[in-house]
Design a protein around this ligand. Structure first.
Ligand code: KG4
Length: 327
């Protein structure tokens, strides 16, 4: 039975996961960079965090799986997309292990890994993918042997939209989960009209943000409800159009915003009306972690030609449609 160890470090999280060919999760350990000052992410600082915890997280994962590094058959790492200095940590760690222990190495696309873990753990065949995270809002489908983005935000990602508005309202980061709670305290019948901007298969959120900012007052419950509801309605309109083009019968939601109860409620209604199966993977796999990397690395290792060390260069702009899906 082939066992894959995966290393994730595209952004704020350094993680090591281990999975076997049957989809058994053997380990999933991680450490997330935080800073108390409420500053944004400085890539160099984050990479130093990752370097400093890499050895410990690796050891914890092997201990959790009750394995030695020699029991591992393939070393997988997140090759992109992501922040260059952060990506270097998973690449360097993976190369070191591959050379020292004479193991094959596989570089994987982080976005594709989020989709493929859903396929491994849930009984899904050919879903339409909603990738909703801080920076990304994309509608993705598999076309022949690649995942293709057929609709997306043309300005800000939906998670960043929530975080920016929440910051204006005086909440901390990340603001998405806070707004998501307040959403359910509002009265849906008192919806406030806000700009709604869908252009074909794409969405633009900045007009919504600008208008909502101008309406901030002392009592903002109704505004928060209307703001989130409008953003999700735009997303679901694109999903609706994508389903009618592609005839897919399953939807999976991935990325941090998949944790949103408001989005779940709206999508459940939509899925029921359209007779579509909705899958929202457990949060433990929606958030960045090494397991998703181990999983995709294992599939590539079993179905594709091995890569050389020269091909392990990081690729901060690695596109979703550059990965061949031949399994
Ligand atoms: O995928 P992710 O962990 O990483 C980044 O892309 O950075 O997504 C983080 C995003 C943040 O913008 C956060 O506000 C949002 O996911 N988020 C949520 C919820 N939980 C996390 N947004 C709405 N409702 C939630 N419950």
């Amino acid at each position: 039975m082939t066992i894959s160890l995966g290393i994730e470090s595209t952004a704020h999280t350094f993680g090591v996961g281990i999975i076997d060919e049957k989809g058994n999760i053997l380990a999933n350990e991680k450490k997330q960079y935080t800073n108390k000052k409420g500053e944004g992410i400085k890539p160099y600082d984050v990479s130093q965090h990752h370097y400093s915890c890499a050895q410990d997280v690796l050891k914890q994962a092997l201990d959790q799986a009750n394995l030695k590094i020699n029991d591992i058959d393939v070393i997988s790492f997140s090759q992109g997309p992501g922040l260059g200095p952060c990506l270097s940590v998973s690449a360097t760690t993976a190369r070191t292990l591959a050379i020292k222990y004479k193991k094959p190495i596989v570089g994987v696309n982080h976005c594709v890994s989020h989709i493929e873990i859903g396929k491994t753990l849930l009984d899904m065949k050919d879903p339409l993918v909603i990738f909703a995270s801080g920076a990304n809002t994309q509608i993705i489908v598999k076309d022949e042997n690649r995942y293709k983005i057929i609709g997306e935000t043309i300005d800000i990602g939906i998670g960043n939209l929530f975080d920016s508005f929440a910051r204006d309202l005086g909440y901390g980061f990340p603001g998405g989960p806070i707004l998501d709670k307040i959403y359910f305290e509002a009265n849906p019948e008192k919806y406030i009209d806000l700009p709604y901007s869908v252009k074909g298969m794409d969405m633009a959120f900045s007009g919504l943000l600008t208008s909502a900012r101008k309406l901030i007052n002392k009592e903002n419950k109704q505004l928060i409800y209307s703001f989130m509801h409008t953003a999700y309605a735009m997303l679901i309109e694109v999903v609706d159009r994508a389903l009618s083009y592609t005839k897919k019968k399953e939807i999976i939601v991935i990325g941090g915003v998949a944790a949103s109860k408001a989005l779940k409620e709206m999508l459940e209604k939509f899925a029921k009306q359209h007779d579509i199966k909705l899958y929202i993977p457990p949060m433990v796999v929606c958030l960045d972690n090494g397991l998703i990397i181990a999983n995709l690395g294992l599939k590539q290792h079993l179905h594709q030609k091995p890569i050389t060390l020269e091909q392990t260069k990081i690729n901060p702009k690695f596109r979703t449609d550059q990965t061949i899906i031949n399994w």
